[in-house]
Design a protein around this ligand. Sequence first.
Ligand code: ATP
Ligand code: MG
Length: 278
Amino acid sequence: MLEVTGLRAGYGSGEILRGLTFTVAPGEIVAVVGVNGAGKSTTLKVISGLLRASDGHVAADGRRLSGGSTVEAVRHGIAHVPEGRQVFPGMTVRENLLLGGYTASKKVIAARMDTVTDVFPELSARLPAYAGELSGGQQQMLAIGRGLMSGPRYLLLDEPSLGLAPQMCQRIFEVIARLGTDGTGVLLVEQNGRLALAVARQAFLLERGSITLSGTGAEMLANSEVAERYLGVGSASAQAAGLQYWTRALAAAMDEQPPRGEPAGAANGLPAPPARRS
Ligand SMILES: Nc1ncnc2c1ncn2[C@@H]1O[C@H](COP(=O)(O)OP(=O)(O)OP(=O)(O)O)[C@@H](O)[C@H]1O
Ligand SMILES: [Mg+2]
């Protein structure tokens, strides 16, 4: 279990996170939704040790982190895939991946490399290519793959679908859903709230550094406040109908079968959910 307790943090004198408490269980996908500047990325930075908390603490599987150290976070099984991918364009795909596994033995690194190319077969043929030559979607795969190279039990993903074409976005979400079923705990910050809530078991709304609402992904998606303020237009009942559809569409996508008997549509490579309010 990844446990975040009473976490406070900021940059300089300005407090951004105002006492966050939540957990991520192994195999659970927890989504964080909220407007720009709410503190979503800051939350991930504190958990991964990029930023030191001013109060509160993070513990992984019962072991409390002293905080402020990325090396310590990796040792505790936490990997952070930051906003904007941040792969090294002048290094090869293989070198980028190896960076993610630098703490492990050669044997373990080889096994993890196999895992990553199994999760992302798209990368296996590109290992000798420079990361800068990859498409945006492949760079996102590389960024997630680099995170997986540390063998994390908890993966922090910051806006993994940002700027990706709909089909690539769908592909990334299939992988996120699979990571959950493989036992990795995933803390997912995602601008596409609807898609994030469809894959998340638990979710919370972050507003100005505080959690103002939490529930299951389905509850959040059906909540009219969340739906209208953070997911665009739609009544609670329309969102609930949408959720059922999106969940089926996602399950179908994971089985690599197109969902049947539903309207074809646009967003994120998945057909538009039914019953939208105009
Ligand atoms: N390095 C920094 N120095 C100072 N202030 C920062 C820094 N990074 C973020 N902030 C501020 O902290 C607040 C929260 O930022 P954060 O990046 O956590 O938001 P976010 O919820 O991830 O937003 P977005 O959806 O835009 O990614 C914002 O007001 C932002 O301006
Ligand atoms: Mg952010």
